[in-house]
Design a protein around this ligand. Structure first.
Ligand SMILES: [Zn+2]
Ligand SMILES: [Zn+2]
Length: 135
């Protein structure tokens, strides 16, 4: 019996150690997977980085696949339901984060923390990509 108790205690220690490790790992991954809008434009639920659609040059995030699919039928109506904060979050940047210049063609872009970032030229994009390795 005493032997059994010791084994149980050992297993419990091992398990709690494993759980702590998994939690830390999940937290690190979640912070990497940023989103633009926090609320799903279809039903207001929390968005998930896995479900996104590109709309007018920026990613819009959803809570699941069915909301992402439903969005495509009438994106304008869905966007109109977003909060002011989320609406601002899905607008693409119009000035270059490297040079501060206006962005003309929107052809030079990179993905950073779940967002599309636009640059005035390919040189600024190259500089940004070097400073912000893709996660
Ligand atoms: Zn949804
Ligand atoms: Zn530039």
């Amino acid at each position: 019996m005493r032997r059994f108790l010791m084994m149980t205690a050992l297993v419990a220690v091992c398990l709690s150690g494993a759980v702590t490790f998994v939690r830390a790992d999940d937290a690190a991954k979640a912070s990497d997977r940023a989103v633009t809008n926090a609320a799903c434009p279809m039903d207001g639920a929390a968005t998930n980085a896995k479900y996104r659609v590109e709309y007018e040059g920026q990613y819009v995030y959803f809570c699941d696949t069915s909301c992402a699919d439903a969005f495509k039928a009438d994106p304008k109506a869905a966007i109109a339901k977003l909060s002011a904060e989320d609406t601002a979050a899905i607008e693409k940047n119009t000035t270059c984060p490297i040079s501060g210049e206006k962005i003309g063609s929107f052809t030079n872009r990179s993905e950073s923390h779940g967002k599309l970032v636009y640059f005035c030229c390919e040189h600024c994009k190259a500089k940004f990509d070097k400073e912000h390795p893709a996660t």
